[in-house]
Ligand binder design. Structure first.
Ligand code: ADP
Ligand code: MG
Length: 252
C-alpha cells in the first residue's frame, strides 16, 4: 500500500450518550492520508460530538479511534495534540485577554513540536498573515470579530503542526468573497500534507474540497461516498429536508 492510500484515522463503533440521548451511535469510518473528508448532516446529528470524542473533550462510551494505527481513546486532549491532531471549535475558544499573535504562539509553544517564544512568534506571524489577519496580530482576542476569532483558531491549530486537522464549521459565516479565499486556504493546507476532516454545511465548499463525505443523522451514519453521490442520495436529502437547516443547500 502506498503512503497516500494509508488509513490515517480509523473510527470504529464509536458511541456516546448524554443521559438518555444517544448523540453518536455505532459510528465507523476511515480517513485516508492526504484527503479531505466532509462530516455532514443536519444540526444535532452528532457531528461535533464525534470531533469531541476524537479530541478527548469527554470520554466515549464504546468504540475505537485509531490514528496512525494507535488507539487514541483514553488519552488526554494535550496528548492528542502532541500526536498531531488539531482542531477548531464551532463555538470559538480564542483566549480573550491575549492578542491574536499570542494565541497562535501558544499553539506552537505547546503543540507537537514545542518551541521557545522567539521562534514561536516568528512562525505565528507567518500563520497570522496566512489566515488573513495581517494588521490585526496585536488585537486582543476579545476585540476581534467572530470571523477573525475563527481565523486565529485555524492559525493556532496549524501552529501545533498537525497531520490531521479537524474543522468544525470553519467556513460558516463567511461572505462569498471570503468563502472563496477560505476554500483556497483549506486546499493549500491539504497540499502542504495535512489531512482534513471538516464539518460543514456550505455545500459549495463540500463539493469544491471533499474527496469523501460521511453523512450523519440522529447520531447514525446514513451514507458515505463522494460529495456528488451522497448529496444526491434520497435518504440524505430527506434528512436535510426533514429539518430547518440545510434544506435549501441540500436541494440546490
Ligand atoms: P451537530 O454538531 O451535528 O449539530 P452535536 O454533536 O453538537 O450535533 O449534538 C448532538 C446531540 O447531542 C444534540 O442533541 C446535542 O444537544 C447533544 N449534546 C452534544 N453535546 C452535549 C453535551 N456536552 N451534553 C449534553 N448533550 C449534548
Ligand atoms: Mg456541531
Amino acid at each position: 500500500m502506498t503512503r497516500a492510500q494509508e488509513t490515517l484515522l480509523g473510527v470504529s463503533g464509536l458511541r456516546k450518550a448524554f443521559g438518555g440521548l444517544v448523540a453518536v451511535r455505532d459510528i465507523s469510518f476511515e480517513i485516508r492520508r492526504g484527503t479531505i473528508a466532509g462530516l455532514i448532516g443536519p444540526n444535532g446529528s452528532g457531528k461535533t460530538t464525534v470531533l469531541n470524542l476524537i479530541t478527548a473533550e469527554f470520554p466515549a462510551d464504546a468504540g475505537s479511534v485509531r490514528f496512525r494505527g494507535e488507539e487514541l481513546l483514553g488519552r488526554r486532549s494535550f496528548e492528542i495534540c502532541r500526536a498531531r491532531i488539531a482542531r477548531t471549535f464551532q463555538l470559538v475558544r480564542v483566549l480573550p485577554g491575549m492578542t491574536a499573535l499570542e494565541n497562535v504562539m501558544l499553539g506552537r509553544m505547546f503543540g507537537a513540536e514545542p518551541a521557545r517564544p522567539a521562534p514561536a512568534e516568528h512562525e505565528a506571524e507567518a500563520l497570522i498573515a496566512r489566515v488573513g489577519l495581517a494588521g490585526r496580530a496585536h488585537m486582543y482576542g476579545a476585540q476581534l470579530t467572530y470571523i477573525d476569532q475563527k481565523r486565529v483558531e485555524l492559525a493556532r491549530a496549524l501552529a501545533t503542526r498537525p497531520q490531521l486537522l479537524l474543522l468544525d464549521e470553519w467556513l460558516a459565516g463567511l461572505n462569498p468573497t471570503e468563502l472563496q479565499v477560505g476554500i483556497e486556504l483549506i486546499r493549500q493546507i491539504r497540499k502542504d500534507g495535512v489531512t482534513i476532516v471538516m464539518i460543514e454545511h456550505v455545500m459549495e465548499a463540500i463539493r469544491a474540497l471533499c474527496d469523501t463525505c460521511v453523512v450523519m443523522n440522529a447520531g447514525e451514519k446514513i451514507a458515505e461516498g463522494t460529495p456528488d453521490a451522497v448529496l444526491s442520495n434520497p435518504q440524505v436529502m430527506q434528512a436535510y429536508l426533514g429539518t430547518d437547516t440545510g434544506a435549501e443547500d441540500a436541494a440546490a
